[in-house]
Design a binder for this molecule. Structure first.
Ligand code: 5RP
Length: 290
């Protein structure tokens, strides 16, 4: 039986203080349930509203990519400098210590390798129950707008969004650019908007001209992909432009782990995303750190 609480003295209900109704810090995510917001806060730093994600899921299509030959040596070393790891379940289970407690973007779509001419026909390779067992913060699904596998990739996305909504895990909709598509602003406006309207809570796309328009038209936070390796100064400048034009972060792979000094590069990207350094300042930081 509950004990009687007879002491009326000392209680303070602060009736003149309005009840706290803080808006959630991420664009478009205010209405999401507590669990999903909590998981999103593992990916995005609530202080800045941004994220540095390290993509190391390349093996699922490319095998042992340059710089990622030994996942067990490379990724844990970089993990401390980023907010979130984006990888496959095999890489996570085998190479990432479970004591890692930051964000996990779990690669959940699977498909054919780079040996296939048309890679746009993916499937859902990881279901939501396994994502939960892995304590994932979000599930990443590749979409192929304008490619032969467009419709099935949208089906993968929608099914994953439905499952994620049931369990409180966000879906990261990744925009892939098929061989037949050009990287135009028009394409990215179309693709990002579609993927957000299908319900993805985070969108991953490439930086492009008029990126501000892409951000403005997309109702969900956007993180930019790094793409092929660029000279470090150029990659930092691209990250800076994306952030200053409204990106909520970067999800970079090769431009970090193929850099001459990957750890210094991860730290320099962090400076751009969270500390307001521009491309030049962050490159100077990179040179001084490496
Ligand atoms: C492919 C992906 C990959 O995870 C990621 O984009 C690869 O990273 P990067 O291009 O920066 O090496 O989502 O669509």
């Amino acid at each position: 039986m509950a004990e009687k609480d007879n002491s009326s003295a000392g209680k303070d209900y602060q009736i003149n203080v309005p009840y706290s109704q803080e808006a959630f810090f991420l664009k478009g995510c205010n209405h999401l349930d507590w669990g999903m917001q909590s998981r999103l806060s593992q990916i995005f730093n609530p202080k800045t509203g941004r994220t540095v994600m390290l993509a190391f899921d390349h093996g699922y299509i490319m095998g042992p990519t340059t710089g990622l030959e030994r996942l067990d040596l490379v990724v844990p070393e970089l993990a401390e400098d980023v907010d979130c790891l984006m990888g496959t379940r095999g890489a996570l289970r085998n190479c990432i210590p479970p004591t890692y407690h930051k964000g996990i973007a779990l690669r959940c779509s699977a498909g054919s390798s780079v040996l296939d001419e048309d890679m746009s026909h993916e499937i859902i390779g990881v279901d939501v129950e396994d994502a939960i067992r892995l304590n994932a913060s979000c599930m990443a699904i590749q979409t192929f707008i304008g490619a032969p596998g467009e419709k099935s990739s949208i089906e993968n996305l929608c099914k994953t969004v439905d499952a994620g909504n049931r369990y409180g895990i966000a879906t990261l909709g990744v925009i892939a650019v098929g061989k037949q598509m050009e990287r135009t602003t028009k394409f990215f406006l179309l693709a990002t908007r579609m993927v957000a309207e299908f319900g993805a809570q985070i969108i991953k796309t490439y930086y492009c001209e008029d990126f501000e328009k892409v951000v403005a038209a997309c109702p969900a936070p956007i993180v930019i992909a790094g793409g092929k390796k660029l000279p470090e100064a150029d990659a930092l400048e691209m990250a800076y432009r994306a952030i200053s034009e409204g990106a909520a972060g970067v999800d970079m792979g090769r431009n970090i782990f193929q850099a001459e000094n990957p750890k210094a590069m991860a730290r320099a990207i962090h400076k751009v995303v969270h500390d307001g350094l521009d491309g030049k300042q962050s490159y100077e930081f990179y040179l001084a750190t490496k």
